[in-house]
Design a protein around this ligand. Structure first.
Ligand SMILES: [Zn+2]
Length: 691
């Protein structure tokens, strides 16, 4: 695997330490280097150093504002058009088009193409996993962590840093090099953030929680089921409480950076029943009585590493039950934006500036309670309340940044539309195995409500724009119900492309542990990817590279296209994409050899992404995660493009692609489009405001 280290080097200690105390925006590096040698000196410097914004020059004559709404589906948008007055306005007088997604139409793959202007073969993000061909093990794509270092075992020398598995350069970095000032908020999968001279970035999906995960909740109960007790980390941290009304337990936070055995830092948590439906919660020096049925305010949590170093986080509690059983939920622990241990923004001090301007906000990349709802620890009401809270946070930051008229490019991405579609699709699809009429009566319009909230935000943003400003609104892919799961590895076994040790036809174990590689030609990992077990590439490859490998891939594709779900008698696979016909670029070799595109209603089963091969080829999806898009047919999973501008005649007939966004935005900014881009700049004819 090749990584682009040229544009994404880990930050230096000096830069972070200086920046994090607000000394050196635009100030000399020498001064920074001096400061880092002594924390005391640094504080003295900070006291005398103004925080003002970089490049306080004149305001541009035209701003380009780009709003992303993850997973907004064009069919649903048209269906609900009458309830979306601001969207309707653009449909009538501006532009509304379907926007081609990437193959696969998965968020990280598509947003990486939005960011870099490259197809997955160029940026290398083909899936949410990146498999190691030598070991056949999946690893996450995105940010790779490098541990913090401590000086004398007392105070931080370098913070935890990250490198990226994505190649290519963000288009706003290209604009930055041309002197343009941009503000980029929560674009998914761009963490670690590229350094900018004139701009500001806030990290989104890819930023870990304090435990280093995508978002691990805590769940305490005095009545754990045997299954819970046997799997203390099932979907989150599951902890047992004594059956008492006055108990002490702990919150398990980050790994202690000084612990050779990677032990976690914990802080005490005291709980005391306050009547039948409230709990008094005491931790990290704060006590609050929290009633059932609402999220607590943020609790700031300090995890002490040494007497001179504390890692700062924050999280919210939800009291689920007080009597007869005590049940308590704690959201994933976010890095505190006011005092983070890792860079949450570029520059790192920007998160503090935002916190001062708009108050506390979540910083973990996956910033919704999908795992809590999917594991059925919290209910729909808790999930949706949190969706509205998070919508407000991103809206507040976006509106705050819109007030700064010197920004030439503002990009802000909201993901609430995607997360709600994943979790609530079942309640607007009577054919879904988890459809529930009573719940549907209450929450069946949840997805529609997130579209209405999107419409409201579009209206508020539009009202702040000047007559020459350009507004682009896009989504990265569409959405489908996910009723049935397809066990791809089980199918490969049935078809003779994969053999399990001892000739078994299925296994309960993940990570391809039971595969007999000497008799296996192909294996599936990730959301619909299939890899040929190729000689010289895979650790125990048996298929020769070149003609033989291509013959096997084509044979698999031909047979997959004929797969029928025995329950319905109808095809389940709409299309199979072969790597060489689908992608091009320097990272092509890192991707899957084939990608499945399933018909609406189907996704690869939940066991498939991590290399499972359970019994049976198809299964009902019995989880609340009920909508999906990542293994769908690309042409049936388009996103949306809306604008206050009108498209020119040359682009009227064709469907624009998410690959066209980077060149289009750079062209609108008057910046030269890099020759390596895969898309083209869309030609808009009419300027906004009738000019
Ligand atoms: Zn999604």
């Amino acid at each position: 695997m090749t990584m682009n280290t040229a544009t994404r080097s880990p930050r230096t200690a000096a830069r972070f330490a200086c920046d994090s105390i607000g000394v050196c925006r635009g100030a000399g590096a020498v001064r920074c280097a001096t400061v880092v040698s002594s924390m005391v000196l640094a504080i003295l410097f900070a006291a005398g150093c103004g925080e003002g914004r970089r490049d306080d020059g004149p305001a541009p004559s035209r701003r380009v504002v780009v709003l992303g709404f993850d997973g907004v589906d064009p069919n649903l948008l048209e269906q609900w058009r009458d309830k979306l007055p601001n969207v309707s306005k653009f449909m009538d007088s501006g532009t509304f088009r379907r926007l081609q997604s990437t193959t696969p139409p998965a968020s990280c793959t598509a947003w990486s193409s939005f960011t870099t202007g490259l197809n997955p073969g160029g940026h290398g993000i083909f899936d949410f996993i990146l498999r190691d061909p030598k070991t056949y093990l999946p690893d996450r794509t995105g940010a790779v962590s490098h541990a913090a270092e401590y000086r004398f075992g007392l105070f931080p020398k370098t913070p935890e840093t990250f490198t990226s598995t994505m190649s290519g350069q963000a288009f706003w970095t290209t604009a930055d090099h041309a002197g343009k000032r941009s503000v980029v908020l929560r674009v998914p999968c761009i963490y670690p953030l590229e350094e900018l001279q004139h701009g500001y970035e806030q990290g989104g999906l890819g930023l870990p929680d304090m435990r280093g995960s995508e978002g691990t909740f805590h769940y305490w109960s005095s009545d754990l089921s045997p299954r819970d007790a046997a799997n203390p980390d099932l979907g989150g941290k599951v902890l047992s409480l004594a059956n008492a009304k006055d108990v002490e337990t702990v919150i398990e936070g980050p790994v202690n950076p000084l612990s050779p055995s990677h032990e976690r830092l914990s802080i005490p948590l005291k709980l005391k029943a306050a009547g039948k439906d409230a709990l008094t919660i005491e931790t990290s020096g704060r006590t609050e009585t929290v009633e059932m049925g609402r999220w607590s305010d943020w609790f700031r949590l300090g995890f002490k590493v040494t007497p001179l170093s504390t890692l700062h986080g924050m999280a919210r509690f939800r009291v689920l039950e007080v009597e007869p059983n005590l049940r308590l939920y704690l959201s994933p622990i976010n890095h505190d934006p006011a005092d983070p241990a890792i860079a949450l923004t570029e520059p790192p001090s920007y998160s503090k500036e935002l916190q001062r301007a708009v108050g506390d906000f979540k910083t973990v990349g996956w910033n919704h309670e999908t795992w809590g709802l999917n594991e059925e620890r919290i209910d729909e009401e808790a999930f949706m309340q949190d969706i509205w809270n998070t919508f407000r946070e991103t809206e507040a930051i976006t509106m705050h940044e819109l007030e700064d008229k010197k920004t030439e490019l503002l990009v802000s991405v909201f993901v609430e539309t995607d997360r709600t579609s994943h979790m609530m699709y079942r309640l607007m699809d009577p054919e879904h195995p988890r459809y529930d009429a009573a719940l549907a009566a209450k929450y069946g319009d949840s997805i529609q409500k997130t579209y209405q909230r999107m419409d409201e935000i579009i209206g508020k943003v539009s009202a702040k724009l000047g007559p020459k400003d350009v507004l682009l609104i896009l989504s990265d892919h569409g959405f489908h119900s996910w009723r049935r799961g397809f066990n791809v590895n089980s199918w490969l076994i049935e078809q003779g492309f994969m053999t399990l040790k001892g000739g078994a036809k299925s296994t309960e174990r993940k990570f391809l542990q039971d595969v007999d590689w000497s008799k296996t030609k192909a294996y599936a990992l990730g959301v619909g990817g299939i890899y040929i077990n190729q000689q010289g590439r895979e650790g125990k490859g048996i298929v020769k590279a070149g003609d033989e490998s291509e013959r096997v891939a084509k044979d698999i594709a031909a047979r997959l296209r004929k797969v029928v779900d025995p329950k319905t008698g109808k095809p389940a696979v709409a299309e199979v994409y072969l790597a060489k016909e689908t992608w091009k670029g320097a990272r092509l070799a890192d991707g899957q050899d084939l990608q499945i595109g399933m018909v609406p209603g189907y996704r690869v089963s939940s066991a498939t992404p991590l290399g499972g091969a359970p019994e049976g080829l198809f299964e009902d999806n019995k989880k609340k995660w009920s909508g999906d898009h990542a293994t769908s047919q690309t042409s049936a999973t388009e996103g949306i493009l809306l604008s206050n501008l009108k498209l020119g005649t040359q682009d009227e007939a064709a469907t624009p692609s998410i690959l066209d966004m980077a060149p289009t935005i750079l062209t609108l900014l008057g910046v030269a489009v890099p020759p390596e881009y895969d898309g083209h700049a869309l030609a808009f004819t009419a300027a906004p405001g009738g000019e």
